[in-house]
Design a protein around this ligand. Structure first.
Ligand code: PMP
Length: 325
């Protein structure tokens, strides 16, 4: 769907997948005016195709657009764009345990000019790709690397937006995490370098088992407002857990694991749903035991969420939207 300053949104079209032509002076190539979303389509046992909380993704894309000085795509156009993709070929959505069609909506500023101002032209796209289960060999705890060299976001910056530039900044620390045998990087707050923010592509949670309590970093203005995060908080409240969104010093994690107060740690996001975290490593330290099995709260919440997404449990919060009808 194209947008320009005079005419607004128009010319929606579904076209065969292939390269897109961009003028070398297109705004996105110089000033990084790009935002995106990640969302999945799930096939239910009766063959129908559903997605999870697309309005929340649409609204987040609008917030990202405002921050990146891009035009806001109407929520109904966003949801319709997902339906149009499914309408091309419903068989595209794989069936099977934790298989899905991964959908990647994104928007670029593509006005042709070389000047530092917001583009007066933009295009919104959706591409899609069938995906198998994130954990091919079953869900297993992962190790996380604490980055103290780099922050993902700055005060007043774009941390709360889902824009490509945030990920550009996180690729080097993510590489360092991998070089240290970890699957993802953990970022601390940009101001003091003391409080947990999020992982490279997931939000993080601590479980205080004896207190039946779930704690996650508050929305600081520099972390992404994860839709899985919000859903997990709701499911935890539903099961009577005490839920806290607040500042969490990284020392609280280290000491809580050492004392046994923190019984489980996990991360969540659309791609992996919920991933148990077995170990936190950083320059000169390591806490946790990677060989310990994933905890009951982590796996229980994971099952509840995937059961709703795949239509195996009642959708009691009205989170699902049908895409093929
Ligand atoms: N934080 C970051 C930096 C992410 O890239 C993602 C993935 N979109 C998340 C958190 C989790 O968000 P969601 O649950 O909406 O996928």
């Amino acid at each position: 769907v194209h947008w320009d300053k005079e005419g607004g949104w128009r010319d929606a079209a579904v076209t065969p997948y292939g390269p897109i032509a961009l003028d070398p002076a297109a705004a996105v190539l110089h000033y990084g005016q790009e935002i995106f979303e990640g969302i999945k389509a799930y096939r239910h046992a009766d063959g129908s195709v559903w997605t999870f909380r697309p309005q929340a993704n649409a609204e987040r894309l609008q917030r990202s657009a405002r921050r990146l000085a891009l035009p806001e795509l109407p929520v109904d156009v966003f949801v319709e764009s997902l339906k149009q993709i499914i309408a091309v070929d419903k068989d595209w959505v794989p069936s099977g345990e934790e298989a899905s069609l991964y959908l990647r909506p994104f928007m670029i500023g593509d006005e042709v000019f070389l000047g530092v101002r917001s583009a007066h032209k933009a295009t919104y796209y959706v591409i899609a790709c069938p995906a198998g289960p994130y954990f091919a060999k079953g869900v297993a705890p992962v190790a996380i690397w604490l980055s103290t060299d780099f922050a993902r976001a700055a005060k007043g910056g774009t941390g709360a937006a889902k824009c490509g530039g945030n990920y550009a900044a996180s690729l080097l620390p993510q590489q360092q995490a991998q070089d240290n045998g970890c699957s993802q990087v953990l970022f601390l707050d940009p101001a003091e370098g003391k409080y947990l923010e999020e992982l490279g592509g997931m939000n993080v949670f601590l479980v205080y088992g004896k207190q039946n309590k779930l704690v996650t970093p508050e929305l600081s203005g520099s972390i992404l407002e994860g839709i899985t995060r919000d859903s997990v908080l709701q499911l935890a409240r539903d099961r009577g857990m005490v839920v806290e969104e607040r500042k969490i010093a990284v020392d609280e994690w280290k000491q809580g694991v050492a004392s046994g107060d923190i019984t489980e740690v996990f991360a969540c996001g659309t791609a992996a749903v919920i991933t148990p975290i077995g170990q936190l490593k950083g320059e000169g330290f390591s806490v946790g035991d990677l060989s310990a099995p994933a905890g009951d709260v982590t796996m229980g919440l994971r099952k509840e969420l995937t059961d709703i997404q795949y239509g195996r449990a009642p959708d009691r919060h009205g989170w699902l939207v049908r895409l093929d009808a």
